[in-house]
Design a protein around this ligand. Structure first.
Ligand code: EPZ
Length: 427
């Protein structure tokens, strides 16, 4: 069955919405439960998303019992675990690679099919593997799968060539049972990593340096179960603030941590959007006509790459010219061709998009190529009174809980309908 999102835009979004727990915090925290032995990890504020269901299925395949209801998850991990991850699940979601570190630490071996590249580049895991080798793991590539093994892991100093989020998370988890201290330098500093460190700390592993680029992990013998709350999703929150600005509306996102949104709200203010914040809410409202601003995406606390497509859509209808540089992924502009089908005036020069704002976009049939590209096209559709049909909704459902309901609660006209066509371009 094919579905599409029908969007009739042109109306300002107004009101307040609660933000979901962060997908990119929940995924590594769920993977970290594999370090437990006959114990349970409980999680609150877990978003109901396809990627979370996929990770839960992966843990069940490895031998864990996972119960997930009303945004609460409990994971019991037995003494005996399987250590081979199925290709079908790894191919479905790159974040499956986050079980590599905990599995290796817990069972002394792991087999992981190499995650495929996707719409945003080749996305290798070489930094993960180099770091595990530094801890003493044997790493072989056999028929496109990583075969990792280690009788014991030894604490070591690891320098990451790039502050990779996934590599930092995998190495943090692998270091928990290593002998002695592990130091990870040039580590990623995203808030989602702090949530993982908080989880490992509460399970009994002393880790210092959360939020900085240098992490110290003291290896220990065993962990305790516990309960953790997942932090709010700063990317979802940013998406709705930008949608508010793009429709000339007034949107408040609640249950957020405002400082996690600093890079985005600073750019929105520079573009003429009014921003107000209190302890757990941020409001964006159109104060002046949108002006074009330029940016480069960078690791946290820089402007997040996961908000680049959405911001590009906003710049497509802002006055002037904006230079958007993608500094994290080798290619993350597949949304540009779809935005151009809606009348956007964007020129790609390598990893830079030159966006010349137009007064208004036109409705069109467009397709999401990845999660955030899909969000950008929803924003573009909401900005014009025409009708837009968005295909490729599977990407949206991977990362945005009840997006259509949330947009309708803000006065937006969107609905999910069965589609006889699948939205592939017919040339
Ligand atoms: C995480 O992916 C997020 N996913 C991504 O969000 C996010 O875009 C990315 O971090 C950057 O912030 C999850 O947390 C589940 P990286 P990850 O390792 O860990 C290169 C979304 O939309 N690299 O920081 O895969 C890589 O190719 C998703 O929610 C290597 O070269 O990102 C990329 O160019 C999309 N070798 C850059 O580093 C490696 O071993 C950043 O990757 C690892 C990464």
């Amino acid at each position: 069955m094919n579905y599409k999102m029908l969007i009739h835009g042109g109306k300002p979004l107004k009101g307040s919405i609660d933000i979901q727990g962060a997908k990119n915090a929940a995924l590594p925290v769920i993977a970290s439960s594999l370090l437990l032995r006959d114990k349970t990890l409980r999680l609150r504020r877990v978003p109901k998303l396809q990627d979370i269901f996929t990770m839960a299925d992966l843990l069940r395949h490895l031998g864990a019992s996972v119960h997930f209801k009303d945004n609460e998850m409990s994971i019991f991990v037995p003494e005996e675990l399987n250590w081979e991850t199925p290709k079908s699940l790894v191919r479905k979601m790159r974040a499956s690679s986050l079980v590599l570190g905990p599995l290796l630490a817990r069972t002394k071996r792991a087999i992981l099919p190499l995650p495929g590249g996707c719409a945003i580049g080749s996305r290798p895991i070489d930094l993960h593997l180099k770091g595990l080798a530094r801890l003493g793991a044997n790493i072989d590539l056999v028929h496109g799968a990583v075969h990792a093994s280690a009788e014991t892991l030894k604490g070591s100093k690891i320098y990451l060539d790039f502050p990779s989020v996934g590599a930092t998370e995998n190495l943090l988890m692998a270091a928990v049972f290593a002998e002695g201290e592990t130091v990870i330098e040039n580590a990623a500093r995203e808030p989602e990593i702090k949530n993982l460190i908080e989880t490992l700390n509460l399970m009994g592993c002393p880790i210092e340096g959360a939020g900085t680029g240098t992490l110290h992990i003291q290896g220990i013998g065993d962990l305790e179960g516990g309960e953790i709350e997942i932090i709010p999703d700063r990317i979802e929150a940013s998406t709705y603030l930008i949608a508010g600005a793009a429709t000339g509306g007034d949107v408040t996102v609640s249950r957020v941590i405002p400082e996690h949104l600093d890079a985005i709200t600073a750019k929105l203010e520079e573009a003429g959007v009014g921003i107000e914040a209190d302890e757990d809410r941020v409001r964006a409202f159109l104060k002046d006509p949108m002006k074009s601003v330029s940016l480069k995406t960078l690791p946290y606390p820089g402007f997040p790459t996961d908000v680049q497509p959405q911001f590009t859509a906003l710049m497509a209808i802002s006055e002037g010219t904006s230079i958007i540089q993608e500094g994290v992924f080798e290619s993350r502009f597949l949304h540009v061709s779809e935005l151009k089908r809606m009348g956007a005036n964007i020129e790609l020069q390598g990893n830079t998009a030159v966006v010349s704002g137009v007064r208004s976009l036109n409705g069109a049939d467009v397709r999401a190529t990845d999660l955030r590209a899909g969000a950008a096209l929803v924003i573009a559709g909401l900005s014009t009174p025409d009708e837009t049909s968005l295909f490729g909704l599977g990407h949206i459902w991977r990362g945005y809980e009840r997006m259509d309901e949330k947009i309708r609660s803000l006065g937006g006209q969107v609905k999910i309908v069965v589609s006889e066509e699948n939205g592939d371009l017919k040339w």
